[in-house]
Design a protein around this ligand. Structure first.
Ligand SMILES: [Zn+2]
Length: 454
């Protein structure tokens, strides 16, 4: 009887699944790989599949007695072990069947190209073992670790392999991802954010879109039920076609009460990528419309009865209600002009921006450290935190826009734009815009929850 060693292993295609099964003999475990992984995750003791030796009777009685001297292929066994919480790399290698010295040597090799402390639970480590030709096929103690493969990112893995000098060599291996642009849209029923998330848009992309539109759109007041959102963004998939990550928003449109606003992502040669309107003007303005995230506009600019003083007077700013401690951002690049406790304004910061523009922020619970007179700040930098200091009924930001030191209605000023493309740059932007529009036009109009690609 000739005994043929059969390697049984599986390569997990768990989670992001960038590992391709490439071994010569592969037998999926009963129930399939997905079930095996689920079982392995449940049951620590079944974390990997043992090699099985299957006796196979060959119809050649003439060589019966010579079976022991027949050439035997070195058994190659592949095992996959899933990282658990708190597992060290050496733990995993030993659990996968490596001897202690092999596990140490392999871990040392991996450390040269990758920090094993960043292995997250659930990551599958694939170990390959083999035996020399001369080894006794019945003695599994002669099996040695030959290779280890460890996915480190959606598009990268680390491989180590035992060289002819017996030492392990580690290298990083890139797995190219396929980029496609995905189109998605939503009709707004409750809020831009909620309806966007409901159509399956990643929250990070929605945040990027909202931030790009926030210079032109007041999300508290301008959005109505029935308004529409459209978005085209990059989606990357692995060799098996599974989407593994999203990239940038390349196009976005908002149709607000019939008025359509479009933005296009464009990277000028040698410059940074930014969003531009159809005319090639950067959507980024010198001043943010709302210098605070997630706030509600609680009081607008104009005459009102003061809630504490009881008589009517001009409200020379806008109030945003937000919990105490909510970060307040500088509305634009500028220099700190005033940073102090200022009577009814409470903790107060005033910034001077380019040209005649200034902004002021009142009632802060506290001013951010380093925000003192004369310091330069950039747009979006946190300058303080919402509070109710000074004459305030509750925590809110009182925000003022000043032109030549005089408070104005923030909604009335046409804030200076950022970059305006011209010449060759404008031409290259227009070419990109045209091809994006053409690609979008070749698809059915994205109504609520349609999804298509180009
Ligand atoms: Zn106010």
């Amino acid at each position: 009887m000739l005994v043929v060693a059969v390697a049984v292993g599986f390569v997990g295609s768990i989670g992001l699944g960038q590992m391709a099964a490439r071994h010569v003999m592969r037998m999926d475990p009963p129930g399939g790989i997905d079930e095996a992984i689920a079982r392995a995750q449940e049951n620590k003791s079944a974390r990997w599949w043992r090699a099985e030796r299957m006796p196979i009777l060959l119809p050649n009685p003439g060589v019966r007695n010579r079976a022991a001297s027949a050439p035997i292929r070195p058994a190659v066994v592949e095992r996959t072990v899933l990282a658990g919480k708190g597992d060290t790399l050496i733990d995993l290698l030993v659990r996968g069947g490596a001897s202690n010295p092999d596990a140490r040597d392999a871990a040392d090799a991996i450390r040269i190209v990758f920090d094993p402390r960043s292995i997250r639970p659930g990551v599958p480590l694939t170990l390959t073992f083999g035996r020399p030709e001369s080894a006794d096929p019945h003695d599994s103690s002669q099996s040695r670790l030959l290779k280890v493969s460890l996915p480190t990112a959606v598009d990268q893995s680390v491989k180590i392999e035992r060289g002819s000098d017996d030492a392990f060599n580690a290298r990083k291996e890139a797995h190219p991802l396929r980029r496609e642009v995905v189109r998605n849209g939503a009709v707004i029923r409750t809020s831009l954010y909620e309806d966007g998330v409901a159509t399956g848009l990643p929250p990070s992309l929605l945040a990027e879109l909202i931030s790009a539109f926030s210079y032109d759109v007041d999300f508290q007041r301008d959005i109505q039920v029935g308004d529409r959102l459209e978005i085209a963004y990059e989606c990357y998939s692995d060799a098996s076609g599974r989407p593994v990550k999203t990239g940038n928003v390349v196009y976005g449109s908002l149709t607000l009460s019939g008025r359509m606003l479009k933005i296009y992502r464009y990277q000028p040669p040698g410059g940074f990528a930014d969003y531009f309107n159809e005319k090639g003007e950067s959507v980024r303005k010198a001043l943010l419309r709302t210098p605070i995230n997630g706030a509600r506009l609680t009081s607008g600019y104009g005459m009102r009865k003061h809630p504490l003083l009881g008589f009517s007077r001009m409200h020379k700013g806008v109030d945003f209600g937000a919990p105490t401690g909510t970060p307040i951002m500088a509305a634009g690049d500028g220099v700190v002009e005033i940073s102090t406790f200022n009577y009814s304004y409470g903790n107060y910061v005033r910034l001077h921006h380019s040209g005649p523009y200034g902004t002021a922020y009142a009632h802060m619970s506290h001013i951010a450290s380093g925000i003192v007179k004369g310091v330069h700040v950039h747009q979006g930098q946190v300058i303080g935190y919402v509070g109710a200091t000074g004459l305030a009924t509750g925590p809110h930001l009182h925000y003022e826009v000043l032109v030549n030191g005089v408070q104005v209605n923030p909604a009335s000023i046409k804030a200076p734009t950022g970059v305006i493309l011209s010449g060759a740059m404008l031409k290259s932007f227009e070419d990109e815009r045209t091809s994006t529009d053409a690609a979008l036009a070749s698809l059915p109009t994205a109504a609520s929850m349609t999804r298509s690609t180009f």
